[in-house]
Write a protein that binds this ligand. Structure first.
Ligand code: HEM
Length: 393
């Protein structure tokens, strides 16, 4: 069987292809990506953990290419130790559990406000457009300290950044517009960073500017790259987690009934969701030495695609992996990665998803999927429903 991650049928439902890879070619050469795809849980975890053998260097060049607004900076997600260790220590000082916990009341408020708007409209709505897209964006804006009156612009810049990185064919005029938008985004953050240096506030930009470790501080450009990385890493993934959760629950009425009957199941249901439909399905690495994985040698210098989405469906790790079971509580899923690059935003994403789902289920006891063809986002890297038309009864 050929595995082409760009084929529309693979993007719509990759799991039968992943199962075939795990059983027959756990290390598979993908010609279109010029990379090895690694699909078994054990191997994905091994590669993610062994940063000396597998470097993260290709990630940012692959995502941002010539649209990288700060190419001179070593972005944390693309950095290896010791540079990664130093960056992560500094960011950990700013992005603390306390800061995330302090956001909780504001997240509840944003969720309530978005659900109010949906309820007022009544009838049909699109969960992705009306709920799961604005929520993480408003939360990140709040966390960074972006003024509410600039949310609209901020949303456009964020959308454009994702569009600029989406690998889509865009016209020269659109390319120019995206470039202008990236300039505006960069200017906004540069001004905000300079301003926070003079007048610190209670926000993440100020905390990043202030963070110090071993007499070392982030430069203005590093703070800028970090803000952009938080936007890149934290928006679409969280949107997709919430979209996939609602779609999957409504398509599994027995599981939905269990959660509705006992809302304390929400946190573990979210963990099962992260396993079942990993929002970040694949990430890149580069082999630094010839390395044997599952009996095959990956030559030094090769690109390697680790399939978190496949690892989470590996029957060697999870019994009946294709069954969505809200009581499974799979602690060891790889949806947030593994090792030193483990998602720094995981506590925030979990908090948002739990608050969002708890409030959604309480608020809408009767909600149904509209009978339309459902499409997943056109990507093999990020996974979530493109739109999700629902009907309130
Ligand atoms: C459901 C939501 C999310 C998912 C599924 C997710 C997934 C991931 C994964 C798989 C990685 C590891 C990358 C690798 O192995 O190379 C990662 C790293 C990262 N994530 Fe998330 N993420 C989510 C939400 C967030 C949020 C809310 C933020 C920030 C506000 C965030 C910021 C980051 C950053 C900065 C890194 C890089 C960490 C490092 O290099 O040390 N993510 N994320």
């Amino acid at each position: 069987m050929e595995f082409n991650p760009f084929a529309p049928e693979v993007k719509q439902n990759p799991y039968p292809y992943f199962a075939h890879l795990r059983d027959h070619s756990p290390v598979y050469w993908v010609e279109s990506l010029k990379s090895w795809a690694v699909s078994r849980y054990e191997d994905v975890a091994y590669i993610a953990k062994n940063t000396q053998l597998f470097s993260s260097a290709p990630i940012i060049p692959a995502i941002l290419g010539d649209q990288n607004p700060v190419p001179e900076v070593n972005w944390m997600i693309s950095a290896d130790p010791p540079a990664h260790t130093a960056l992560r220590k500094l960011v950990n000082k700013a992005f603390t559990p306390r800061m995330v916990a302090a956001l909780e009341p504001r997240i509840r408020e944003i969720v309530a406000q978005l659900l109010d708007q949906i309820a007022e409209k009544g009838g049909e709505f699109d969960l992705v457009h009306d709920f799961s897209t604005p929520l993480p964006l408003m939360v990140i804006a709040q966390m960074l300290g972006i003024e509410p009156e600039r949310y609209r612009e901020f949303k456009r810049w964020s959308d454009d950044m994702i569009r600029a990185t989406g690998g889509e064919e865009v016209s020269p005029a659109e390319r120019e517009r995206l470039r202008g938008s990236m300039d505006d985004l960069r200017n906004y953050f540069e001004n905000a960073i300079a301003e926070r240096r003079q007048h610190p506030r209670e926000d993440l930009i100020s905390a990043l500017v202030r963070a110090e470790e071993d007499h070392h501080q982030l430069t203005a450009r590093e703070v800028l790259a970090m803000c952009l990385l938080l936007l890149l890493g934290g928006n679409e993934t969280t949107t997709n987690l919430i979209g996939s959760t609602v779609l999957t629950l409504l398509s599994h009425p027995a599981e939905l009934a269990k959660v509705r009957a006992d809302l304390t199941l929400v946190p573990q249901m979210i963990e099962e969701m992260l396993r079942y439909e990993a929002p970040a399905q694949a990430l890149l690495r580069q082999a630094t030495a010839d390395t044997k994985i599952a009996g095959s040698t990956i030559p030094a210098g090769s690109g390697v695609m680790i399939l978190y989405g496949s690892a989470n469906r590996d029957e060697r790790q999870f019994p009946n992996p294709d069954v969505f079971d809200v009581t499974r509580n799979p602690q060891e899923h790889l949806a947030f990665g593994f090792g030193i690059h483990y998602c720094i935003g995981a506590p925030l994403a979990r908090l948002e998803a739990r608050i969002a789902m708890d409030a959604f289920l309480r608020r809408f006891p009767k909600v149904a999927l509209c009978e339309q063809r459902r499409e997943w986002i056109d990507s093999f890297v990020v996974r979530g429903p493109k739109s999700l038309p629902l009907e309130l009864h």
